[in-house]
Every structure is written in C-alpha cells, then in structure tokens.
Design a protein around this ligand. Structure first.
Ligand code: SAH
Length: 229
C-alpha cells in the first residue's frame, strides 16, 4: 500500500522523517516529496506550505503523480471546543470551509453549487485511529474541523465558526485535502494536535507549542501506519 503523509509546515513532518531515518527525496512542482519504506507500506511524505491552495496542490500531486492510495494529514490546530487543551489530539469526522461565502446568493456558508458544506473522512481510517488510541491509552477527540485561509486569533470569529458549523477545531488545510481525496476516491484522515485556542493569545501559544504538538500528532500517525494494510 502506498500511503501519503502530509503536513502544512516543515515542523509537522520533521518528526516523521526523523523516526523513519532513511528516505529519498524527489523535487516536483516547487516542492519536495520524501519517499521511504515502512513495514509493508511505501510512504510519500511532504509539507505543502500553509493554506488551502498549497494543500490541494500537494494532495493532488501525491495521488496523481506518486499514486498514493490513502492520505493521512498530520499537524496542529486551534481549539474551538473548550474541552480541547493544548497538546490534545483530535481527528476530523467531517470538514468544512469557514471562509467560503456566496451567501449573497442565498447559499449557506461553506457551500458552492455542486459542492457540499461538509466532507466526511474515512470511517476505516478513523476506526484505526480509535484502535491506536485505545491500545496506547491516549485521549483522542473527534469532531468537525473548519478550515480557512486565515490564522484565527480572535474569540468572536472563533465563536462564529463554532455556531455556524458546529466546529470543534480550526486550521488552514484540512478541508482542501478532504475535497481532493473525496473527488479522487482516496480515503483520507486528518489528525491535529492543539497548538492554541484561536483567541487573543493564539499567536504566542502557537509559537510556544508548535513543535511539541506537531510531534504528538506525528507520533500518533506513525502508530497508525503499523495497522494500515
Ligand atoms: N507561524 C507561522 C504561521 C502559522 S499559520 C509562520 O509565521 O510561518 C498556522 C498553521 O497552523 C496553519 O498551517 C494551520 O493549519 C494551523 N493552525 C494552528 N492554529 C491555528 C489557528 N488558530 N488558526 C488557523 N490555523 C491554525
């Protein structure tokens, strides 16, 4: 099985490359794709750069050029659900675009014609995550992730995203991976460790916790890989 592992920032994939040790790199489309074997699986690893556009590009390249058959995203997010604290892990059951707005034409937020407000992730990969969490006795949340091309450091915007989409966490790439994978029939999984609470101190918390939270997410993904056949 060929599996893609995608992050947005270098810090999100560095722990994975370090754990793998030996890997090769291929340059394509102004980005670097790292390849390695891991047990029975072949891995293709990359960070896309921040935001939905770059994440769509990288997810598409992983699938169309490198032939990945499943795609796992590992990274950090801002918490919306007050039960999520810095360092906590959650995966997306479904994802939406909080900054997609053609409501002037009577459509709901997050919707464009022939699209959908929410895209659901793979039940099979989500169950593997539940299994890993159970066997490692790790607390693993699940819920709605809202994606937009904005770093949210504002309690009122965060509250709007919560009430509009019922979102538990927010970030800047997840739904792009979801749209690409859903369109191309590739099962996907989006895991995030909380780096901040998307409020007035989000920028400071993000800088302080990025590396630690990125590692929490990466370690969990590595455990999942052992169970993906
Ligand atoms: N400090 C970085 C920018 C980080 S942008 C720089 O200067 O280069 C935030 C990244 O982490 C995005 O990839 C996003 O997916 C995630 N993220 C974490 N907290 C977030 C928040 N509060 N709002 C939006 N994205 C967040």
């Amino acid at each position: 099985m060929k599996i893609g592992i995608l992050g947005a920032m270098r810090e999100e994939i560095t722990p994975i490359l370090e754990l793998l040790g030996e890997h090769k790199s291929v340059e394509y489309g102004k980005n670097i794709y790292y390849t390695a074997s891991y047990g029975e699986n072949e891995l293709v690893i990359a960070y896309s750069k921040i935001g939905k556009v770059f994440a769509s590009l990288t997810a598409s390249v992983m699938i169309e050029k490198f032939g990945v058959e499943k795609l796992l995203f590992s990274g950090v997010a801002g918490a919306i659900n007050p039960e999520l604290k810095i360092g906590d892990l959650l995966y997306a059951t479904k994802l939406t675009q909080h900054d997609l707005d053609i409501t002037a034409f009577g459509h709901p937020f997050g919707f464009v014609p022939e699209g959908a407000v929410f895209i659901e992730s793979s039940d099979e990969l989500n169950s593997i995550a539940d299994e890993v969490a159970k066997s490692r006795e790790i607390k693993l949340g699940k819920g709605v992730i809202a994606t937009g091309d904005q770093f949210i450091a504002d309690s009122s915007r965060k509250e709007w995203i919560r009430t509009t989409f019922g979102a538990d966490a927010l970030e800047m790439e997840g739904v792009a991976v979801a749209v690409v994978c859903d369109s191309l029939n590739v099962p996907f999984f989006v895991l995030r460790a909380i780096s901040d609470s998307a409020d007035d101190s989000a920028d400071i918390d993000f800088d302080s916790f990025l590396e630690k939270s990125a590692k929490v997410s990466a370690d969990f993904i590595m455990d999942m890989l052992k169970l993906i056949k």
